[in-house]
Design a protein around this ligand. Structure first.
Ligand code: MUC
Ligand code: MG
Length: 366
């Protein structure tokens, strides 16, 4: 089996309401659908969600790097030669989301050609993951209403609260309102997307002590090296690296320099191959991981659960798998289902992301 060509299709699907956080906001999923075609007629599928304000990738940059660089360089390769594909893409630095999607599409082809679900090829540990729902910036009362609704409707009992606002009291109030309204049993953790300084983060941790928070993600820019190390040393809860650690090399640097002591893995930017390397690094060092969300569609969330459920260490914590619920529509032919707070992996060959072609025709922009 040989790779013939790689398609990169831009599309846009609106959100039912804007999702806001410290580093940006989204009103529509303006993503790129990646399709790797082979000479045997198999097609590998994945989703690339550009985050211009985080990684500098845009729809146009993803299309250009796939069309002009990765597509021609990978043509003729057997999708089973994963390490060759990795080495080819590694020559070009950055462009993590484009690389991640191509890698997932290649795994999809491998699974299809072997007639095996990819979650089994990766590790086959569990058949699903508990879901964590991400709450964007909103007034505290609306956040509580959203969390209660998601608990009732989907059985979700883990929430990631977007923070990083000033004055700090806004986020401190939101934590108190959520904890009082949701009770002790619900897990709450924070993600500031670099919105604070390390010292402001310490202040927030002081003002939320006793609230049972389980983690604080990307409190400040990782380049604030000394203050951030002080924060990590003084925090009673894990400080999670997210956008500071897109590659295994970044993970090593931040863990060894004390910039964080837990890692968010996102298949959207690491694919399955680099996510495996990052997970090995973390389990080897005894560091917790969370399966994060790059504001993924159902296609992206299916990839996250496929990887996350496959390994013991990545399914311990709830994975961020539900923000497709904020979208007005999706491209997946058979929608993902959240039942009793859990999303299950697909037992079909490959990853299982079959596209609804009518919807793709409606939302594609090329
Ligand atoms: C997160 O964990 O930071 C916000 C932007 C993005 O790319 O991912 C989200 C969630
Ligand atoms: Mg984050």
């Amino acid at each position: 089996m040989k790779i013939e060509r790689i398609e990169a299709i831009p599309y846009s699907i609106p959100y039912t309401h804007p999702l806001r956080f410290a580093s940006g906001e989204v009103h529509a999923a303006e993503h790129v659908l990646i399709r790797v075609h082979t000479d045997e007629g198999l097609v590998g599928t994945a989703d690339a969600p550009p985050r211009p304000y985080t990684y500098g990738e845009t729809q146009a940059s993803i299309i250009a790097v796939v069309r002009d660089i990765f597509g021609p360089q990978l043509a003729g390769l057997d999708p089973l030669d994963r390490e060759k594909a990795q080495q080819i893409m590694r020559r070009t630095i950055h462009n993590d989301t484009a690389k991640g999607a191509v890698d997932i599409a290649l795994w999809d082809l491998i699974g299809q050609s072997l007639g095996t679900p990819v979650h089994q090829l990766l590790g086959g540990y569990a058949d699903g993951m508990r879901v964590s729902h991400m709450l964007g910036f909103r007034p505290a009362a609306e956040l509580l209403e959203e969390a209660q609704r998601f608990r009732e409707q989907y059985g979700i009992t883990t929430f990631k609260l977007k923070t990083g606002r000033r004055p700090l009291g806004l986020d401190v109030e939101a934590v108190h309102v959520l904890r009082e309204g949701l009770g002790e049993e619900v897990e709450i953790y924070l993600d500031a997307n670099r919105g604070w300084t390390a010292n402001e983060a310490l202040e927030v941790l002081r003002r939320t002590e006793g609230m049972g928070l389980t983690a604080l993600e990307e409190p400040c820019d990782a380049s604030e090296a000394l203050s951030r190390r002080r924060l990590v040393q003084h925090s009673a809860i894990p400080i999670v690296g997210d956008e500071s650690v897109p590659t295994p090399g970044d993970v090593s640097r931040e863990l060894l320099s004390g910039g964080c002591n837990a890692i968010c893995i996102k298949t959207a930017r690491s694919g399955f191959t680099q996510a495996t390397e990052i997970l090995g690094l973390c389990t080897g060092l005894g560091v917790d991981v969370t399966m994060g969300n790059q504001i993924d569609t159902q296609i992206g969330s299916l990839a996250t659960v496929t990887f996350g459920a496959a390994h013991e260490a990545s399914q311990r914590r709830a994975g961020e798998l539900s923000n497709f619920l904020d979208m007005a529509d999706d491209l997946l032919a058979e929608p993902l289902v959240i039942r009793d707070g859990v999303i299950r992996v697909r037992e079909t060959a490959g990853v299982g992301a079959v596209i609804d072609e009518d919807k793709l025709a409606r939302y594609r922009q090329d």
